[in-house]
Design a protein around this ligand. Structure first.
Ligand code: SF4
Ligand code: SF4
Length: 64
């Protein structure tokens, strides 16, 4: 399962990663900040990492 890391100091709760993840890996907390809810569905496609405007996300390789 890929390791998904959200840096809370960089994240501004824009919701882009939540909206664009094709596997709906993220939910949102009460502030609209992303929460990893379905990590097992992540394919490590990297879309969330590419689209995050604040470089707050890291996704590791599958199986690592
Ligand atoms: S795209 Fe980046 S800044 Fe926006 S909610 Fe996701 S992690 Fe936070
Ligand atoms: S790497 Fe792809 S599947 Fe995994 S959380 Fe990001 S957008 Fe979703």
């Amino acid at each position: 399962m890929p390791q998904i890391t959200i840096n809370p100091r960089r994240c501004k709760h824009c919701g882009i990663c939540i909206a664009f993840c094709p596997k709906e890996v993220f939910g949102a907390d009460y502030r609209g900040a992303p929460v990893v809810e379905r990590a097992e569905k992540c394919t490590a496609c990297g879309l969330c990492v590419m689209r995050c405007p604040d470089f707050a996300l890291e996704v590791g390789e599958k199986g690592k």
